[in-house]
Write a protein that binds this ligand. Sequence first.
Ligand SMILES: Cc1ncc(COP(=O)(O)O)c(C=O)c1O
Length: 413
Amino acid sequence: MSNSAVDWKAVRADFPVLQRSIDGSPIVYLDSANTSQKPHAVIDAMANFMRHDYAPINRSAYRMAAAATDAYESARAKVQRFINARSSSEIVFTKNATESLNLLVGSWGRANLATGDAVVLTHMEHHANIVPWQMLAAERGIELRWIPLTRDGELDLTSLPALLDGAKVLSFTAMSNVLGTITPVAHLCRAAHDAGALAIVDACQYVPHNPTDVQAWDADFVTFSSHKMVGPTGIGVVWGREELLDAMPPFLGGGNMISDVRLEGFTCAELPAKFEAGTPPIVEAVGLGAAVDYLANIGMANVRAHERSLTDYALTTLTERYGDDITIHGPRNTEVRGGVLSFAFRDIHPHDVSQVLDEKNVCVRAGHHCAKPLMRLLGVTATSRASVYLYNDESDIDALADALDGASDIFGL
Ligand SMILES: Cc1ncc(COP(=O)(O)O)c(C=O)c1O
């Protein structure tokens, strides 16, 4: 199915929250980089599972428990196919992308990094890919190095060989949640490997919006969250190369992750259970499986093409209408940019902008977007951020542009 063959109006109609109105006006949801809305298919899959099929997994021999285990494992297989992983043992379910990154730092990092080792990050990382490393750095005395940015908000790779020299890990975002920048993932993975380092990809903003092939990237680990890809909250993913996951110690201890426990100690379960301690997010996995089916049915290349054309439309509409009164951060070229638009509007504080937009039911995020080092680099404390997804259309961008006029009126500018 090509982009033009997708009925995007029907896609929008799949999302019940977007059919609501507040004070008689429709909702203009432009905060999907924060979290996405959910289609009927996901809501129904979870409700039906809880209504008819809910049972524990892995622990009981009765048929309902076996069927629930199948449902949970089939979600894992769907995720495997969605990102083209080699085997479903390489898919570990966590709570969210933040926990996924903490798992990698806490397990792989703690087992493999010692005082003086270097980890390379970038200036555009989310706190989830900064703070766990800083925690380990404080504990172990590892060195953190930072890839700088160009004026246009792309990674400045001129010093990459020097930064990677002797480094053990390169951990970076595939798409910035502030600038929208899509980074050259395969190139960075190759550079990391050439330098003898591992490549960890925070794909939290990428997987929901683009076709993803972890083997083509040749990454070592990839992390993302279900709730940003039309799935439920409460479940995230670590994909890792089987041999790396196999060699890593467990992250959390308890039930489900063991093969045997004696008074003297324990042995670990096989992958992926080794990293799934405790009762897992069973219902959420069913929802994530339905989300993956929903997105795969539309086609991720179509999702990307739809969002790219909306992003082009937004960049053109806002700059033509507001000229120097609006500063949109990040690359202008949508070949390397996803549908995230962080902006400053006149000198109105982003929180005031978002409040005025809210009066027109336009939902955007205001704040530091969990990327304070990047905010400091941009010389701001906060931005307003509008972000699009498959259910948005040009009318949402027009509504945003019109509502910004209201902000000028209220603040007398
Ligand atoms: C790039 C990036 N990485 C990681 C995260 C953390 O995701 P979560 O809050 O689902 O753990 C986010 C969330 O906004 C993000 O945008």
